[in-house]
Design a protein around this ligand. Structure first.
Ligand code: APR
Length: 306
């Protein structure tokens, strides 16, 4: 059975079979955790790293652990935080590529530091969400491969951040879910299995009252990533205070708004006493006919989480 551990400590002392190094592209050592690992592993690590030919951001390479308790070290290069979308992609790749390498080696326990959150400046809470969310997602996609993933936090601050982020993601506490929803919306986080949507007052109230259980969007690149079972946070308007937490129960793809409103879904769209043509017309307040023809339409069937 795979599992997550959040620990406070020095990764060079970890009992895991493999530890992950937040390296730089040269792989020849540096400060922070990179420096600590090279000092603890000894000169032979440096000599092996010299043979690897460096490493690109988001990629991962493996060496022996030498003087460490760990048998292996996986070196990965995190993104230098710039506040752009690719930050999240590269940081995600560090975790996924390290796990893929560990799986290929048959490694059953691996310890990660908080990659990119030191010298590379990645906001700690955002990085923790990305790390936890993508490791949990990878475990869900690799249910047969049992591995224990340890998040080794070097200080109390990091440790508390990871505990809070994990509590929010696992949703084991309603109050934390609210923090989580607002945090995700404020940071425009793209997290596996989670979508944020903003609604005008009327559709928001219709979802809250249960009259509306199908939300309609263009079937564009962002909505193509939505899966049944995902969580959607619907916020009222553009401020991130009031929200409804729902689960996707079904997805219905149509070529046009007319096809959707002419289907069995009409009564679930919160269109009230509008005719099909009036309902179609109301969608052109938000989208153009060109967009409708380009992307098609997605009926997202939801169930409010009580
Ligand atoms: N054990 C666990 N975590 C540690 C340790 C340690 N011994 N030492 C530092 N850390 C933590 C830091 O507190 C931070 O949370 O590792 C996290 C990552 O910080 P950095 O080591 O600065 O790594 P990063 O932000 O990814 O920057 C990488 O810094 O050290 C150089 O060569 C490295 O150029 C690269 C850059």
């Amino acid at each position: 059975m795979s599992g997550i551990k959040i620990v406070l400590g020095d990764i060079t002392k970890s009992d895991c079979e493999c530890i992950v190094n937040a390296a730089n592209k040269s792989l020849l050592g540096g400060g922070g955790v990179d420096g600590a690992i090279h000092r603890a592993a000894g000169r032979e690590l440096y000599n092996e790293c010299k043979t690897l030919g460096g490493c690109e951001t988001g990629e991962a390479k493996i060496t022996k652990g030498y003087n460490l308790k760990a048998r292996y070290i996986i070196h990965t290069v995190g993104p230098v935080y710039q506040g752009i979308e690719t930050d999240t992609d590269f940081l995600r790749n560090c975790y996924i590529n390290s796990l893929e390498l560990a799986k290929a080696k048959g490694i059953r326990s691996i310890s990660f530091p908080a990659i990119s959150t030191g010298a590379y400046g990645f906001p700690k809470m955002k990085a923790a969400f990305i790390a936890l969310n993508n490791v949990l997602g990878w475990m869900a996609e690799n249910p047969v491969y049992n591995i224990t993933v340890e998040f080794c936090c070097f200080g109390e601050e990091d440790y508390n951040i990871y505990l809070k982020a994990y509590g929010m993601i696992t949703g084991d506490n309603q109050e934390l879910v609210e923090d989580f929803a607002k945090f995700v919306a404020e940071n425009d986080l793209e997290l596996e299995g989670l979508t944020v949507m903003h609604l005008a007052d009327e559709p928001f109230e219709n979802i809250r009252s249960g009259q509306k259980t199908v939300e309609i969007r263009l079937y564009d690149e962002k909505r193509k990533k939505i899966n049944v079972g995902d969580t959607i946070f619907f916020f009222r308007g553009q401020d991130n205070t009031e929200f409804i937490y729902a689960i996707v129960t079904a997805l219905h793809h149509f070529d046009s708004f007319k096809a959707l409103f002419s289907s069995h879904l009409f009564d679930k769209t919160g269109s009230g006493n509008m005719t099909v043509d009036e309902a179609v017309k109301s969608m052109y307040k938000y989208y153009s006919i060109e967009q409708e023809q380009k992307y098609g339409v997605l009926g997202i069937e939801i169930e409010k989480a009580e």
